[in-house]
Design a protein around this ligand. Structure first.
Ligand code: HGY
Ligand code: MN
Ligand code: MN
Ligand code: MN
Length: 414
């Protein structure tokens, strides 16, 4: 009887440390933004580790990177496990990396045990989950689910001016020996381990979250336009100042939306004035609005409120306002059998679990469009994420990887 595979926690922690060193920031976080040299270095390390274990490697036109351990019937769609390697500009060591490296640990545990699985098991590292360098987020998993890379995405520009098309080509070219495969190959099921990025599990001292749903997300880009003018000579009555309009709109949004609806999340993370000169009234002010809500109707209502407030604030300053939707993901409920597979795996490992809704979006949102998808959460310290102080206790990293392996065995019927 082949012994059941087991996670080797110290090996997982070593891998996490090795990847955390790629793009490490002075404060001990990670800056490994999508399609940068750091992202390419992390992909190269994963490819090296995979080749050393004899796993097959593939990538697709969206630069999603796959590591495949063959199964008894190579014609069957694989079980897919994974997450992302790209990070926020001041990101943490675990957001994305934990799920990706726990998936690699899963493949190694299967290999160490010599366990023949009925179908292949594949790890995936999705391209540009974060969306902070290039919009939209979840670009790789969206392209995979749609079976196509939207041409307009290739024109996306990073704050440093880089064009996504070139960065994508450079990333593909950085792994020339990795075989290409079509976008959107069939998948039997998808399972992702991720840190909760919120306070619930830690506060309740529960090691495993069986994610029941993911709330909706909508990203808006607001552009207010007025007239550039001299800071010293232009009296108030002659000004058409988009900064005054933007500040009025932001004040309304920040003092009304979340206080009036505790389930709503509204974040303005980026604001830019052009030409950005200290002694010129700006011609243009643009800012980002990240809206989250578990209810699709409320998400739409908040977008409408943003539009109304921005138009009114701009008009009051004899300016104009444009609001573009950059990213739009409806709330998603995971299938009951996938939530149960996570709960069963946790119970078999003797770990307490509880269901919860994800406040963050994830690649699993798009995988759920093409296959049964599920997510496992583990606690992160103080619920902090998208912050260099992000931290996870080693016991929770091991617990998450154990449940990922257990969930995979459940889904494989083993
Ligand atoms: O923004 C998000 O929800 C994800 O963490 N990138
Ligand atoms: Mn993430
Ligand atoms: Mn993130
Ligand atoms: Mn994610």
């Amino acid at each position: 009887m082949t012994p059941l595979p087991a996670i080797r926690p110290e090996r997982l922690l070593d891998r996490l440390a090795a990847f955390a060193a790629i793009g490490r920031t002075a404060k001990g976080g990670v800056d490994r933004q999508a399609l940068t040299e750091g992202d390419r270095a992390a992909r190269a390390l994963l490819a090296r580790l995979a080749r050393a274990r004899g796993f097959a490697l593939f990538q697709d036109a969206a630069a999603n990177l796959f590591v495949r351990r063959e199964g008894a019937d190579s014609g069957l769609p694989p079980l897919l496990v994974g997450s992302h390697l790209d990070t926020q500009p001041t990101g943490g060591r675990f957001d994305g990396a934990l799920g990706t490296l726990a998936a690699f640990e899963l493949l190694e545990a299967l290999e160490d045990a010599g366990l023949a699985t009925p179908r292949a098991v594949e790890l995936v590292a999705w391209t540009n989950e974060e969306g902070s360098r290039f919009s939209p987020g979840c670009l790789g998993s969206q392209a995979f689910a749609a079976g196509r890379l939207a041409p307009e995405w290739l024109e996306a520009r990073a704050p440093d001016g880089a064009r996504l098309g070139e960065e994508l080509a450079a990333t593909l070219a950085a792994l020339p020996e990795v075989a290409m495969r079509p976008l959107g190959t069939p998948v039997a099921a998808y399972l992702e381990l991720h840190i909760e990025q919120g306070p619930v599990l830690e506060r309740e001292d529960v090691p495993i979250g069986a994610v029941s749903a993911i709330q909706g997300t909508r990203w808006l880009e607001v552009t207010m336009e007025g007239a550039a003018a001299h800071a010293g000579t232009t009296p108030l009555a002659f000004r058409r100042d988009p900064m005054v309009a933007a500040v009025a709109a932001l004040h309304h949004l920040q003092t009304r939306v979340m206080p009036e609806d505790p389930a709503a999340r509204l974040t303005v993370g980026r604001i830019r004035a052009e030409p950005g000169s200290i002694n010129a009234v700006p011609e243009r002010v643009s800012f980002s609005v990240d809206i989250r809500h578990p209810d699709a109707g409320r998400l739409a209502a908040i977008e409408a409120e943003v539009r109304d407030v921005c138009t009114a604030s701009a008009t009051a300053q004899d300016c104009t306002a444009r609001v573009a939707v950059r990213f739009d993901m409806a709330p998603l409920a995971f299938a009951e059998e996938m939530i149960r597979a996570v709960e069963t795996a946790a119970a078999k490992a003797g770990l307490a679990s509880r269901r919860l809704v994800s406040g963050a979006f994830h690649d699993a949102l798009f995988l759920a469009r093409v296959a049964p998808a599920g997510m496992i959460f583990v606690p992160c310290r103080d619920g902090v994420s998208h912050n260099e102080a992000e931290d996870v206790e080693p016991r929770f990293s091991a617990a998450g990887a154990t449940v990922l392996l257990g969930g995979a065995l459940e889904l494989l019927g083993l």
